[in-house]
Design a binder for this molecule. Structure first.
Ligand SMILES: *Cc1c(COP(=O)(O)O)cnc(C)c1O
Length: 426
């Protein structure tokens, strides 16, 4: 028995499903998960010493590749002074100043410990600021696992077939209204039915938790306008798009302003970090200045700040990094489309910047309804072929594939060879 399988058996005995986050359990792909020993650059190694090219990259944070020297050094140079103080440190100021400099419409920042926590706090802030109770989200968008966001959610909850979670009481769910991504009419209808009750609209500007679904022309602009017309705040959940599509995230990339911006993943460089940010007049409603309470014993933790700040500084100093990962992603996405066309397989590759996903369906994917048409049996065959041949991708058609700066032409060559093999066997 492989060491991974042995650990999984032991793990299932003492952890629900053997994991600490559901999608890691590989429940939908007919095999057991790999237990990981280490990762360096573009490669990841399991406990049985098998090497894979990593296109998961910790679900997004590792945009520079694993174990980037400067990030590791920044952490080493921090931990010798202590791990946590529960008091302010210089790095938190530097981090907030950098985020304010890079991200449009951001004058103040509050650091937290995960994307979930950032979203949950941002919604409380929006409600506190507007004095209204309802929020609108989009079907298939994932915003972490706080109660009000586990309504028609994406990501693991979609993969596990439970977009609505048990344990979320109706009183919460009733205050979360759900619109269709890329469908402004569905949003307008909700606004009309709930006049003066909508605190905010939250959206992944590029949906990346139902597979990657791009916003159609005018969609984000339309969101902005409907929010303005109804005195509601617009929250961009940039946990995936932030510091990736552009240093200023989706606001910069699409030229659409948000009122509150939420970060996670990349902002921590691999450490558990989240943040919510916005204009001073909104952010100053947060305690201790304002009356919206939110706190965190480990928030702004020095080790997490060291990793996140270093990664952002590297992206800021070397503007070619985002350009390069985007160029490389454009290249492999096009090659993938060529392979799909050659073998006449029903599949779509959606890609923007260093994000992409493959849907096994005939039709163009531009909505939740078209995304879930992806044939899950075909996906399972594809996934297993990729993994068996050394390509580590997410075990779900509803998760993105992430290209990092550490991937080189050899990695892409191998990836495309294996991709062709997988497509040819479908
Ligand atoms: C991952 C993710 C979250 C949740 O972040 P966690 O750190 O897992 O809590 C929120 N929003 C989006 C868009 C995400 O991709």
């Amino acid at each position: 028995m492989s060491l991974s399988n042995e650990l999984f058996e032991r793990g299932k005995n003492v952890m629900p499903g053997g994991v600490n986050s559901p999608v890691r359990a590989y429940t939908n792909v007919d095999r057991n998960p790999l237990f990981i020993k280490k990762a360096i650059g573009s490669k990841i190694y399991d406990v049985d010493d098998k090497e894979y090219i990593d296109f998961v990259n910790s679900w997004g944070p590792i945009i520079l590749g694993h174990c980037h020297n400067d990030v590791i050094d920044a952490i080493k140079n921090t931990i010798i002074y202590g791990l946590s103080f529960g008091a302010p440190t210089e790095k938190e100021v530097l981090m907030a100043e950098l985020i304010c400099k890079l991200v449009p419409n951001v004058e103040m920042v509050r650091m937290v410990n995960s994307g979930t926590e950032a979203v949950m706090s941002a919604l409380r802030l929006a409600r506190g600021f507007t004095g209204k109770s309802k929020v609108i989200k989009f079907e298939g968008c994932y915003h972490g696992h706080s109660d009000s966001m586990l309504v028609k959610a994406g990501s693991g909850s979609l993969t596990e077939g439970m977009p609505n979670s048990a344990g979320v009481i109706n009183e919460f769910a009733e205050n979360t209204l759900v619109a269709e991504y890329n469908d402004l009419n569905s949003l307008e209808e909700l606004f009309n039915k709930n006049k003066n009750n909508i605190a905010c609209v939250i959206v992944e500007p590029v949906a990346a938790n139902m597979g990657v679904v791009l916003p159609e022309n005018g969609f984000l602009e339309g969101l902005r306008k409907l929010c303005d017309d109804n005195n509601a705040l617009l929250i961009f959940d940039e946990v995936i798009t932030g510091f990736r599509l552009a240093l200023g995230g989706a606001q910069e990339y699409f030229g659409v302003d948000a009122d509150i911006v939420v970060f996670g993943k990349i902002i921590g460089g691999g450490m558990p970090v989240g943040a919510y940010c916005g204009k001073r007049e909104i952010m100053e409603h947060i305690a201790p200045v304002g009356d919206v309470y939110q706190a965190g014993t480990l928030s702004g933790n020095p080790v997490a700040m060291a990793a996140g700040y270093e990664q952002l500084m590297i992206l800021n100093k070397n503007r070619d990094i985002l350009r390069t990962v985007t160029m490389n992603s454009d290249y492999i996405a096009n090659e993938m489309r060529n392979i799909i066309a050659n073998y006449k397989v029903d599949a779509q590759v959606n890609q923007i910047g260093s994000l992409m996903s493959v849907f096994f369906t005939k039709e163009k994917v531009n909505s939740f309804k078209t995304a879930i048409q992806s044939d899950s049996n075909v996906f399972v065959k594809y996934f297993n072929c990729m993994l068996d041949n050394g390509i580590y991708i997410a075990p779900s058609p509803f998760e993105a594939l992430f290209v990092s700066f550490a991937h080189n032409s050899e990695d892409f060559k191998k990836f495309l060879e294996v991709f062709e093999k997988a497509i040819s066997e479908i």
